[in-house]
Design a protein around this ligand. Structure first.
Ligand SMILES: [Zn+2]
Length: 309
């Protein structure tokens, strides 16, 4: 199986634990992905939410510098465009994309979005928890702020993918309307199904279908607390979320967004990225055709990158 994963927090963990990308103790290392003939990864830079916004901006740059310095140039490449992706793949390098998780580090300064773009950031998870200068997260019912609305529109104009994971239903709905009006695709890079497990971090069927309708992506996460009852999450739970999303008819817009290195615990049977093939194996046993599996594991995300970056 190939793997194109839409979300991990590995850069922060590499920075905090002073480890490398090639090999190491984290959920993700290039060595742990060797079993996947093709592997591409969106790497999110998450900054500590407890930091004051300006300190978070500083910390982003520290994590960014650390991460860029640790990309082994012969094995992986930071990609900013479809052309970069094609080149990396042709050279046999693992294509990496950069995301920022939590846009509050913009500190109300829209021009900072262009700085992020210049640095190669191509995905922006708008909010994380509670309400901030962008709008409400999943644990609130708050909509976008006027600044948040400007950020979303500026992302569409620049070519940064708006990521709705962590957003409140009100923010999600408004962003989907803005995306439809602008003719842009958005993603929920690491969000499971609320119909399968009723956690507010998970997507409603309506939101998942609208994300697909705009040409976007929904990434299935391995966060146990979003998959199943406490202590129950396992490979079958992951399959239930995928099967449900397939039943909605959005199989052409599904991918993985595992949230590795952003979650303390993993579902039973999945230690790290090297075990993800087990999910594909379980789905195959449940009768999911190879073509659907290949689209889920790689093809859908690849098509999205080629169309949108
Ligand atoms: Zn997250």
């Amino acid at each position: 199986m190939d793997l194109f994963d839409l979300h991990c927090d590995t850069p922060f963990e590499m920075y905090k634990k002073k480890t490398g990308l090639l090999d190491g103790p984290l959920h993700i290392s290039l060595k742990k992905t060797e079993r996947y003939p093709r592997y591409a990864q969106v790497m999110a830079i998450w900054t500590q939410h407890s930091l004051e916004s300006e300190a978070a901006w500083e910390q982003f740059h520290a994590i960014y510098r650390d991460f860029i310095s640790k990309i082994p140039p012969k094995k992986a490449a930071l990609c900013r465009s479809a052309a970069d992706y094609r080149q990396a793949a042709a050279l046999g390098k693992r294509p990496l994309f950069l995301a920022v998780e939590g846009a509050s580090l913009l500190c109300g300064k829209l021009e900072r979005l262009s700085v992020l773009y210049e640095l190669g950031v191509r995905f922006l998870t708008l909010v994380w928890r509670e309400t901030d200068i962008i709008g409400g997260a999943f644990d609130t019912s708050e909509p976008l702020t006027p600044f948040g609305r400007e950020v979303v529109k500026a992302c569409f104009a620049l070519g940064i993918v708006v990521d709705l994971s962590h957003a409140s239903d009100a923010v999600t709905e408004e962003c989907l309307d803005l995306a439809a009006a602008a003719g842009r695709a958005v993603a929920a890079t690491h969000s499971n199904s609320r119909s399968v497990y009723p956690h507010p971090r998970n997507l409603t069927d309506e939101a998942a279908k609208k994300i697909a309708a705009c040409g976007g992506l929904v990434g299935i996460s391995m966060a146990p607390q979003h998959l199943d009852e406490p202590g129950e999450a396992n490979i079958q739970s992951v399959c239930r979320h995928i099967q449900h999303d397939l039943s909605l008819g959005i199989g052409g817009h599904l991918a993985f967004g595992c949230d590795f290195d952003g979650i303390d615990k993993t579902p039973a049977g999945i230690r790290d990225v090297s075990d993800l093939f087990k999910v594909a194996g379980a789905l195959k046993k449940e009768g999911i055709p190879d073509e659907t599996l290949q689209a889920l594991c790689y093809g859908n995300a690849e098509r999205f990158i080629l169309a949108n970056l």
